[in-house]
Design a protein around this ligand. Structure first.
Ligand SMILES: Nc1nc2c(ncn2[C@@H]2O[C@H](COP(=O)(O)OP(=O)(O)OP(=O)(O)O)[C@@H](O)[C@H]2O)c(=O)[nH]1
Ligand SMILES: [Mg+2]
Length: 241
């Protein structure tokens, strides 16, 4: 009797665990976002000092408690996009971080986002797109990032996204490299009336403004993310039952 009651108690109090990869090009602010989130929510590990964060080789893990659920976040190094799909299985939602102050990278960001949106393993998952670095002068708003990144990404995802390009360039090389050869067609397609597939891709993405460094917008964004991830996890358990 006691063990039945204990099992029931454990079942009722067990926290839903959700898994979320944090993706985006190198230097977007993924690790800063994760470490900032660790300072805003209860976390298994203490946050790193934000100013001591270095480019991620491999990945970092965060385990946070958010609104009664456990968020397991994998912050994957932006230099290794070819490895991102290994984090898609079992993902309940995704985060995609964009440096909103560096629009020279937007064509390459849109391509990477298109590949995420079109990937079969996460085709029904919501994406939190963080328009990061809002504390910097010239950072673009959420609506400008939707126009410059999400709309072309949705158009590319609908057509079949381009393959991953080799040899990740540094942000400074990126800025001087000029627009991607795919940027003009992407803009042309985005300007056309969007088809149903394109609209569906775009609707999976919620774009929010944040400064991971200053902590602005992070708490609300993480709470929305976990709410969506919990819904996806519950739907997956109901389908499996
Ligand atoms: N001003 C400003 N700088 C930021 C913000 N977020 C991150 N940074 C800076 O951007 C640089 C890159 O941040 P990271 O968090 O290491 O970026 P990342 O996306 O994890 O990069 P990789 O690990 O190389 O993929 C660092 O110098 C951060 O301090 C922000 O909101 N505002
Ligand atoms: Mg990093």
């Amino acid at each position: 009797m006691f063990s039945l009651a204990a099992a029931l108690y454990e079942e009722c109090t067990r926290k839903q665990e959700v898994r979320v990869p944090i993706l985006g090009l190198a230097n977007a602010g993924k690790t800063t976002l994760l470490e900032q989130a660790k300072s805003l929510f209860p976390s298994d590990l203490p946050p790193m000092p934000l100013r001591s964060i270095r480019p991620t080789i491999g990945m970092n893990i965060g385990r946070l408690t958010v609104d009664g659920a456990v968020l397991l976040a994998w912050d994957v190094g932006g230099q290794m996009e070819s490895l991102w799909p290994s984090y898609y299985d079992g993902a309940h939602a995704l985060v995609f971080v964009v440096d909103a102050s560096d629009n020279a990278t937007f064509p390459r960001v849109a391509e990477a986002l298109a590949r995420v949106l079109a990937h079969r393993a996460v085709s029904d998952r919501r994406v939190l797109l963080v328009a990061n670095k809002q504390d910097l002068p010239g950072a673009l708003s959420a609506s400008a990032v939707r126009e410059g990144v999400v709309a072309p990404a949705a158009a590319m995802a609908a057509r079949g996204p381009p393959p991953v390009r080799g040899g990740g360039r540094s942000p400074s090389e990126e800025s001087s490299a000029g627009p991607s050869p795919t940027a003009a067609p992407a803009r042309a397609v985005a300007a056309a009336v969007p088809g149903a597939a394109e609209v569906a891709f775009a609707e999976r993405v919620r774009t929010v403004e944040a400064s991971a460094l200053a902590g602005e917008g992070v708490k609300e964004a993480v709470r929305w993310l976990v709410g969506e991830a919990v819904k996806a996890a519950e739907e997956a358990s109901a389908a499996a039952a």
